[in-house]
Design a protein around this ligand. Structure first.
Ligand code: SAH
Length: 350
C-alpha cells in the first residue's frame, strides 16, 4: 500500500470517514503533506488524529546527502526512502526561478548505452508521494526569496528512471503537485522526458495534464538508435516521431528532442541533415547536450564548439536548436552518476 504522501484529497476524505473524523480534515492534511510535514507537525489537527495518522505508512523521503556546485549553485541531493533506497534529485537556479529535476524510479531498465542510471537495472518504481516528497524536501532546505512564493517553480522528470515505465504513479504525481490546494505548480511549468515508450506516450497524450514533452532521441535513424537505445528495437523512430507529433498537435505545445552528441556516432553534418529531414513538420526544438562521459561506458562526447557547429547545421536545415547549458558539472550532475558513486562508496566501506 502506498503511503499518506501519495493520497489525493478524495482519498484522504475516504480515510477521514474510516477514521471517524470530519470531512474538512482531509484538506488540512493535504495542505500539510504538500509542505512536507509529518503527522506530529500538523498542529491544527486534534492530538488523536495526529496519533492515528502517525500509525499509518507515511511514504516520504529525507535528505541523505547534498552537494552544492561551486560553479553555479546547483544542488545535487541524495534522498533516502523509507525502505533505505537512495535516489537523486537536482535543484537548478535560473533567472525565472528554480527547476527541480526528480527521479521516477530507483534505477532504470531501459538499458541506454550512455546512461549511468541503468547500469544496475531497475530496483523499483517510485510512488507519487515519494516524488512529491523530493520537492517538499528541497523547499524546506532552500528558503524562497521575497520575490516569489515558493522555491521550486519548475519541475523536470529527468532524473533516474523512465517516467512512462511508471505510468500510474507519475500521472498521479502530476495531479498531486498541480493541485491548487497543494503545491499548485502548473503543468505548464513541468516537463516529462521519455526514451520512447510509444503506447504509454499515446495514452499520456489523452489522459494526463498537458506538460512539456521531451523525447530523448539521440540519433537520426533507426540504425544508430538501435545501437545506443534498446527501446528503439521495440518502437522504431517513425512510430515515436508520429506519437511526438500527435502530442504537439493535441496539446499545442512544442516538443523538445534531447540529443546527446556522441563522438563518431551521431554528430556529423550528415547526421544533422538526416535529423532535420526526420523532424520536418513537427512543432519542435532540439536540445543538444555534449555527452557526459560515464566511466563505465566507452562513448565520448564532443567539444562545445562541435556542438555549436551542429546547431548551425540544424538551423541551416530549418530546425530550431540550442546547446543545453551545463549545470553542476563539478558535482556529478548527470543522470545516475552520484547515486552510483555513493552506492559504490558504501560498498567499498564495508
Ligand atoms: N528515461 C527518460 C528520463 C531520463 S532524462 C529519458 O530517457 O528521457 C535524462 C536525460 O539525460 C535523457 O535525455 C538521457 O538520454 C540523457 N542522458 C543520460 N545519460 C547521459 C549522458 N551520459 N550524457 C548526456 N545525456 C545523458
Amino acid at each position: 500500500m502506498s503511503g499518506l504522501t501519495s493520497m489525493s484529497i478524495a482519498e484522504l476524505t475516504e480515510l477521514m470517514a474510516e477514521l471517524g473524523e470530519p470531512k474538512f480534515r482531509a484538506r488540512q492534511v493535504f495542505e500539510w503533506l504538500s509542505k512536507g510535514a509529518r503527522p506530529e507537525e500538523m498542529t491544527n489537527l486534534s492530538k488523536s488524529l495526529r496519533e492515528k495518522l502517525s500509525g499509518l505508512k507515511f511514504g516520504g523521503a529525507e535528505i541523505y546527502d547534498k552537494r552544492i556546485s561551486q560553479k553555479d549553485g546547483t544542488i545535487k541531493y541524495l534522498f533516502r526512502l523509507e525502505d533505505g533506497n537512495i535516489v537523486e534529485g537536482v535543484l537548478m537556479s535560473y533567472h525565472y526561478g528554480n527547476t527541480m529535476c526528480i527521479s521516477t524510479q530507483v534505477g532504470c531498465r531501459m538499458g541506454c548505452a550512455f546512461c549511468a542510471s541503468t547500469l544496475e537495472g531497475c530496483v523499483r518504481n517510485l510512488e507519487a508521494g515519494e516524488m512529491l516528497s523530493f520537492i517538499a524536501c528541497a523547499e524546506k532546505d532552500v528558503p524562497h526569496g521575497e520575490d516569489r512564493k515558493r522555491t521550486v517553480t519548475n519541475i523536470v522528470l529527468m532524473g533516474s528512471g523512465e517516467p512512462l515505465d511508471n505510468y500510474e504513479e507519475v500521472v498521479k504525481f502530476l495531479r498531486l503537485v498541480s493541485a491548487p490546494e497543494g503545491m499548485n505548480i502548473s503543468p505548464r511549468n513541468i516537463s516529462i522526458s521519455t526514451c520512447g515508450l510509444v503506447p504509454e506516450l499515446l495514452r499520456f497524450t489523452k489522459e494526463a495534464p498537458h506538460v512539456t514533452l521531451s523525447v530523448s532521441l539521440h540519433a537520426p535513424n533507426d540504425e544508430t538508435r538501435n545501437k545506443i537505445m534498446p527501446i528503439n528495437r521495440r518502437y522504431p523512430m517513425v512510430e515515436l516521431l508520429n506519437a511526438a507529433k500527435l502530442y504537439a498537435n493535441e496539446t499545442g505545445r512544442r516538443v523538445i528532442f534531447e540529443y546527446a552528441l556522441i563522438k563518431d556516432v551521431n554528430s556529423s553534418r550528415q547526421d544533422a541533415k538526416e535529423l532535420a529531414s526526420r523532424l520536418k513538420g513537427i512543432n519542435c526544438h532540439v536540445n543538444l547536450i555534449p555527452l557526459n562521459h560515464v566511466k563505465e561506458r566507452n562513448l565520448m562526447g564532443v567539444t562545445r564548439k562541435d556542438a555549436e557547429q551542429f546547431v548551425l547545421w540544424l538551423e541551416g536545415y530549418g530546425v530550431s536548436a540550442t546547446v543545453r547549458r551545463e549545470m553542476g558539472s563539478d558535482i556529478e550532475g548527470a543522470c545516475g552518476q552520484l547515486r552510483r558513486k555513493t552506492l559504490q562508496g558504501a560498498m567499498e566501506d564495508k
